[in-house]
Write a protein that binds this ligand. Structure first.
Ligand code: ACO
Length: 332
């Protein structure tokens, strides 16, 4: 039995084994400083915090926090600003970006942090405590880009229930995925599940189980399931399937006997963002689950977005997750 507290503890322990370097662009946010102090005290990661050094360090002291082991870097640092602007121009030349524009763009903390990751000065970035999702992840989409075998960046939540951890995707990024994108989300989610110690059995969710219902939305899920099977014959996947048949052994026995996934799915892929986003929130708010995420997947290097309501513990978890993703990517 894995309780949410045990799972969170395991995240920190796994991150600590690799001690990756994570950049936190929002040095002006007290929650970021508190999370940084916790992570440094437990030696989970190496950290760079963006901001003016004197301001960040004196704020931390004022809060009674020890962040002396963190690097603090100004996004207006002349040398890095020029280096990042030149790299950004190269990456975005096809969009008509000039060096003058690039020099402005890279002082935006999301861009500055993303450039650090792109150029190998950090292994991953965690931001979004005070910025929108789009603001936080757009630089990653433009600069770091997707892995070669994946067409889209998507996300999952690790749903820590009372006795197990399930993976829900996509609940935060792609509003209405095509069948191809849905297949990508499923394959990425199965890999993310593995990175966090969860054996993937993938349910492609729909309002139909097998042949029980029909409609364009069911056909999309059927097509996506076929694509997953073709690309990853080794991966247990079932679809279209309803949530109850995916999660409950008794329902599975009547609706889909003999399936390797029905009744014991661990990875739940929603047909669109309306379903995914509201389902994770429903389970979080009504079933007392701890929702850890969104965990972005499909990027060449890890960037993760915080909710603006993030608690210090959420930030600590997200940094640990990002470090674990960075370690998995550098092992490939
Ligand atoms: N994967 C890979 N690349 C992408 C993706 C993706 N999923 N989406 C956009 N891109 C690329 C584009 O190709 C483009 O690249 P280019 O500039 O090199 O041509 C670049 O990113 C910007 O694309 P836009 O179409 O301008 O996308 P935008 O940046 O406006 O939006 C975003 C991207 C923010 C992810 C958008 O899809 C979105 O808003 N999704 C919904 C987010 C949301 O509201 N979630 C629910 C709340 S989150 C929660 O509840 C936890």
């Amino acid at each position: 039995v894995v309780t949410p507290l045990m799972f969170e503890y395991t995240l920190l322990e796994r991150a600590r084994q690799n001690r990756k370097h994570i950049v936190l662009p929002e040095g002006d946010d007290d929650r970021i400083l508190r999370a940084a102090a916790t992570l440094l005290a437990r030696d989970v990661v190496e950290l760079t915090i963006l901001g003016e050094e004197f301001e960040v360090r004196s704020r931390a002291i004022g809060l009674g926090l020890d962040i002396s082991k963190a690097h603090v870097l100004s996004p207006f640092d002349d040398v890095l600003r020029l280096k990042f602007a030149e790299a950004y121009v190269k990456l975005r030349a096809h969009k008509g970006v000039t060096l003058e524009q690039a020099r402005d763009v890279v002082t935006d903390v999301s861009y500055f942090g993303t450039m650090m990751v792109q150029l190998g000065l950090a292994d991953g970035m965690v931001s979004g405590a005070g910025h929108t999702t789009a603001h936080t992840i757009r630089p990653g989409l433009q600069i770091i880009k997707t892995r070669p075998d994946v067409s889209v960046v998507s996300s999952v939540f690790l749903m820590a229930l009372a006795d197990r951890v399930l993976v829900y995707g996509d609940c935060a990024v792609i509003p209405d995925p095509t069948a191809e994108q849905l297949a990508d989300i499923a394959i990425s989610a199965s890999e993310t599940a593995r990175q966090f110690g969860i054996d993937p059995r993938v349910a492609m969710l729909s309002y139909s189980t097998g042949e029980s219902g029909e409609g364009a939305d069911v056909e999309k899920v059927r097509a996506a399931t076929a694509l997953v099977r073709a690309r990853r014959p080794d991966l247990p996947v079932e679809g279209p399937i309803q949530y109850d048949a995916a999660a409950d052994a008794a329902v599975a026995a009547t609706k889909m006997p003999g399936s390797a996934v029905a009744g014991r799915a661990t990875v739940f892929i929603f047909p669109d963002l309306n379903t995914g986003n509201n389902t994770y929130k429903a389970v979080q708010r009504s079933a007392g689950a701890v929702a850890i995420g969104p965990v972005l997947q499909g990027l060449r290097k890890p960037v993760n977005d915080l909710s603006r309501g993030a608690l210090v513990q959420d930030i600590v978890n997200t940094v640990a997750i990002t470090a674990i993703q960075a370690a998995a990517l550098s092992d490939e």
